[in-house]
Ligand binder design. Structure first.
Ligand SMILES: Cc1cc2nc3c(=O)[nH]c(=O)nc-3n(C[C@H](O)[C@H](O)[C@H](O)COP(=O)(O)OP(=O)(O)OC[C@H]3O[C@@H](n4cnc5c(N)ncnc54)[C@H](O)[C@@H]3O)c2cc1C
Ligand code: FES
Length: 273
């Protein structure tokens, strides 16, 4: 473990963009310049001074060299304080920590991303990494589901992703409104609306646990093996360095062994599912 990574650092809020009524993408810069040099799928511990610390996934790609982004839902103490910050305000960060997505294993392969709601935030880091390193990766299918049209994240990026050769974006909502004439239904149903190739493809799923369970059943039906179904686990965290036991799942600590696990690994830790 690189102890330097766990020392608190300062980051400065540069921009805030509302994605949905309760979720925004925050762009930060480091006073010393550069980026976090993270692996897509890694997280950091975010401190809003006077309020506390919360684990948050890094949603930007490490290929963005001069800033990093967090997409955060306003749910409680720290996250609501973050949403009240002004441009130029400082936050504390520790990390990046965790294993991240297996970008080397994915090289030369296709990727299917299945996101439920806020689950698209960690996946976006890997999606935009593939965009910037297009020649290293194969086809990409992005399947995104949200409760209602206004709950969809990163809508401004759908057209850009769809226009890339070999990319396909499919979206759905649980409940449509007047603004929506697309798919209605659970996100797993999108797997059957396109010609997803199982051979040489890895599947990345992020979303609520119930969605993960159903999407995994669909992926298994299509023929995906347990070791190419990849997801992240979210557990309450305190130390972030494998000491306090708050994030324990079976014999694993999410903060140091995860947050990314294959379905094969999760099946060995029944508390994970
Ligand atoms: C690995 C990982 C990655 C994550 N990535 C992201 C991300 O990218 N974006 C994101 O938005 N979130 C992410 N989260 C979730 C985020 O860390 C949590 O939502 C965090 O708890 C928010 O902190 P908070 O202080 O704002 O909320 P808290 O104040 O801790 O509240 C969190 C939840 O608990 C409820 N709650 C609070 N106090 C009480 C009480 N007294 N009684 C009952 N319920 C209560 C709140 O209503 C809320 O639903 C991630 C979590 C993990 C573990
Ligand atoms: S958060 Fe303390 S052990 Fe993982």
């Amino acid at each position: 473990m690189d102890k330097e990574l766990y020392l608190p650092r300062i980051a400065i809020l540069k921009n805030k963009m509302d994605e949905t009524p309760d979720t925004s993408t925050f762009t930060f810069i480091l006073p010393e310049g550069g980026n976090l040099n993270h692996i897509p799928g890694q997280c950091l511990q975010l401190t809003v001074f006077g309020y506390g610390e919360a684990p948050i996934s890094i949603t930007s790609s490490p290929t963005q060299k001069d800033y990093f982004q967090l997409c955060v839902r306003n749910v409680g103490n720290v996250t609501s304080a973050l949403h009240r910050l002004d441009i130029g305000d400082k936050v504390g960060i520790r990390g990046p920590w965790g294993n991240g997505f297996p970008i080397d294993r994915l090289k030369g392969k296709n990727a299917v991303f299945v996101a439920g709601g806020l689950g698209l935030a960690p996946l976006r880091s890997l999606i935009n990494y593939i965009v910037d390193k297009r020649d290293d990766y194969g086809k990409v299918w992005i399947l995104s589901g949200a409760r209602t049209p206004k709950d969809h994240l990163f809508r401004s990026e759908w057209n850009r992703w769809n226009s890339i050769d070999g990319f396909e974006v499919l979206t759905t909502v649980d409940r449509a409104d007047d603004t929506w004439n697309g798919n209605v239904g659970v996100v797993g149903s999108l797997l059957y609306k396109t010609d997803i190739q199982v051979e040489n493809t890895m599947a990345f799923i992020c979303g609520p646990p119930i969605m993960f369970r159903f999407v995994t059943i669909d992926l298994k039906k299509l023929g995906f093996a347990d070791d190419v179904i990849i997801s992240t686990l979210e557990r309450h965290m305190k130390c972030g360095v494998g000491k306090c036991g708050h994030c324990n799942v079976g014999s694993k600590y999410v903060c140091v062994d995860g947050p990314v696990f294959t379905y094969e690994e999760m099946k060995k830790q029944p508390e994970a599912l």
